[in-house]
Design a binder for this molecule. Structure first.
Ligand code: T4K
Length: 370
């Protein structure tokens, strides 16, 4: 009998009873949006879970990134990786600024501070770095570059739910961090996201900018946007939070098993180091390099033949897409590390209810593809 398809990820969901009781509350109060009681409880509970004090919920991380850039008035050049999901660069453009691509570190696959510094010009205003796959950026190195040149440092932390470094949430780094709670993420509210601010004043300014710039019934202070999260999405998040420790622990077990089982395969390298504390194991990326019997794309197809849908996150490079490829920083010779990663990366399925039988099937094919 053929087994059902296995996708790169599968969302976790809260117990339906827990959501149902919150829905009953919504049906009674008829408060559906605009910072209602469930959203406020979710904000407080999430802050406690992540260990951060100032959170603004948003409808998705893309809008969160636009808001973060707009809050800091960024309309010039923003240095960012080409090795990311398109939303990172799209957000820069939607904020009215221009992306400038810098190369990444070959080990973490995150922005390399040395490469960032090479791209700084008189028009540079900010760095938008990505904690790719939940692996922390070199936050100290990037901060030093930002401080030296008077730049804002904003983190696309879409992948970094619950990630900690030196005992602190990674989202306390830089000027602002933006999380994604999309269905495919470690933690989801179906669609959703959050901006982590360093202080209450910034949080309130972000909340206002995401609520049309409204101060009160007769005062609109600025050209805001609607980026609000609804009570329905907040209810899902509030009900799901209690499961997160065990969900991340299961991901860690699955990732460690992949690492153990694939560690000795010639030509393969796992991006995520095994046993790393504070990681969330959002993806399990491998780099398929020289010495492996078939190409990355052939392995991708081979897995698909058996209904195992690994994904090439992130291929193609953002800098190769038609709306960006004419930028001077998109020249292929400028981004050799990012280019190699995009050509070698394959994210293997990982999610809390991945069936061990399916994980063994994946391991079997990756170990012996022909
Ligand atoms: N910055 C970064 C670095 C990001 O990676 C992202 C999003 C963002 C910013 C923007 O965040 P949001 O604005 O979305 O909050 C997915 C996601 O749509 C996207 O959120 C995510 N990154 C990106 C890495 O992946 P696709 O087009 O690859 O997703 P899709 O629909 O092919 O889903 C992958 C697999 O997941 C499916 O084969 C099956 C499974 N799945 C998916 C959905 C949507 C489910 O089982 N249930 C579902 O509801 O983009």
């Amino acid at each position: 009998m053929t087994r059902p398809p296995v996708y790169v990820t599968r969302p976790i969901l809260p117990p339906l009873e827990d959501v149902y009781s919150l829905l009953q509350e919504i049906w009674q109060t008829r408060i559906l949006s605009n910072g209602g009681p469930i959203l406020q409880r979710f904000e407080a509970a999430l802050g406690q879970y992540l260990g951060v004090d100032h959170i603004s919920m948003v409808g998705n991380a893309s809008m969160g990134l636009v808001l973060a850039l707009r809050h800091h008035g960024i309309t010039g050049e923003v240095i960012t990786p080409a090795f990311s999901f398109v939303a990172t660069s799209h957000a820069i453009r939607w904020a009215g600024a221009e992306p400038v691509f810098a190369d990444i570190d070959p080990v973490t696959l995150n922005l390399d501070p040395v490469e960032v510094e090479k791209r700084i010009t008189g028009r540079t205003q900010a760095i938008l770095a990505v904690h790719c796959y939940g692996t922390p950026c070199d936050t100290d190195g990037l901060q030093r570059v930002a401080d030296r040149h008077g730049l804002r440092l904003i983190y696309d932390a879409a992948h970094a739910f619950g990630v900690r470094e030196n005992g602190r949430s990674i989202c306390t780094s830089g000027d602002l961090s933006v999380l994604s709670f999309h269905a495919t993420k470690v933690f989801n509210t179906f669609e959703g996201g959050a901006i982590i601010s360093p202080d209450r004043e910034t949080k309130l300014a972000i909340d206002r900018l995401g609520n049309y710039g409204i101060v009160d019934e007769t005062t609109v202070l600025e050209t805001g946007l609607n980026t609000k999260m609804s009570e329905l999405n907040a209810a899902v998040g509030l009900a799901l939070l209690p499961q997160m420790d065990s969900a991340i622990a299961t991901r860690a077990r699955l990732a460690n098993h992949y690492s153990d089982a694939l560690g000795d395969v010639p030509g393969l390298r796992a991006v995520c180091p095994p046993g790393r504390t504070g990681h969330n194991f959002y993806h399990f990326p491998i780099l398929v390099g020289d010495g492996y019997p078939i190409s990355r794309d052939a392995l991708y197809e081979r897995l698909r033949q058996d209904g195992l849908f690994a994904r090439r996150y992130f291929y193609p490079l953002i800098s190769d897409l038609p709306m960006y490829r004419d930028l001077p920083s998109a020249a292929p010779s400028m981004l050799p590390v990012a280019r190699r990663a995009a050509n070698q990366v394959l994210c293997l399925p990982i999610f809390p209810d991945l069936d061990p039988v399916d994980q063994e099937r994946i391991i079997g094919i990756v170990r012996q593809p022909c």
